[in-house]
Write a new protein. Structure first.
Length: 205
């Protein structure tokens, strides 16, 4: 792709998409730092992306944004201490591998069933990637809200898949954002892991 083509592609990106991308990037950078303000940025960016994905013909991604808005409220509540009032913020924990394997299997099965019910797209893989990214993100967002360390591994895989999906639908700025997300997720894991101490174990909840 020539510089002229790159410039033309950038010029075609809507202001709404650029704003959503900036807000989403702010969310992730704040989440890496375990800053509770991240949830406010998440809600704002999701509101814009809900509209953008609806226009792009990605129904699962659009529905996912509605879930993100609800989870932003829950995430803020959870990070503040939830039902149990404490002076300390929610700590980072780990969940056992068996739980992740079971959840991953359910995500794949639900995604396949969901994709088969979806309308046909320009590419036969689009409904499957759309569903997988959506359902995988639902589970992974729950992990973020519960401050489960392994959420970052899920995001690396999901972000790469999402980048390819958004690029095929002409959402180029969003695709580049998710490539950047994958790199930030690596730093997110390192940052969260460093707060756990050398003898951190798994948590059952």
């Amino acid at each position: 792709m020539s510089l002229r083509q790159v410039a033309a592609t950038a010029a075609a990106i809507s202001t709404a998409e650029w704003v959503a991308v900036a807000l989403a990037l702010a969310y992730l950078l704040l989440a890496v730092r375990q800053n509770i303000a991240c949830w406010s940025f998440a809600a704002l960016s999701s509101g814009i992306f809900l509209w953008l994905f609806g226009r792009a013909g990605l129904p699962m991604q659009s529905a996912l944004q509605a879930f993100y808005i609800a989870m932003a409220a829950y995430g803020w509540y959870s990070w503040r201490g939830g039902l149990v009032a404490t002076e300390r913020a929610r700590p980072v924990v780990r969940w056992p591998m068996s739980r992740h394997l079971a959840a991953s299997a359910v995500i794949v099965i639900v995604s396949v069933v969901n994709a088969r019910w979806s309308e046909s797209a320009s590419h036969p893989l689009v409904p499957y990637v759309d569903a997988l990214v959506a359902w995988g993100s639902v589970y992974t967002t729950w992990l973020v809200a519960r401050k489960v360390l392994e959420n970052w591994f899920y995001w690396i895989v999901l972000d790469v898949a999402a980048a390819g999906l958004y690029w095929t639908q002409g959402l180029y700025a969003t695709a580049l954002l998710f490539i950047l997300y994958a790199g930030i997720a690596v730093q997110g894991y390192r940052s969260w892991r460093s707060t756990m101490g050398p003898f951190a174990g798994t948590a059952a909840t």
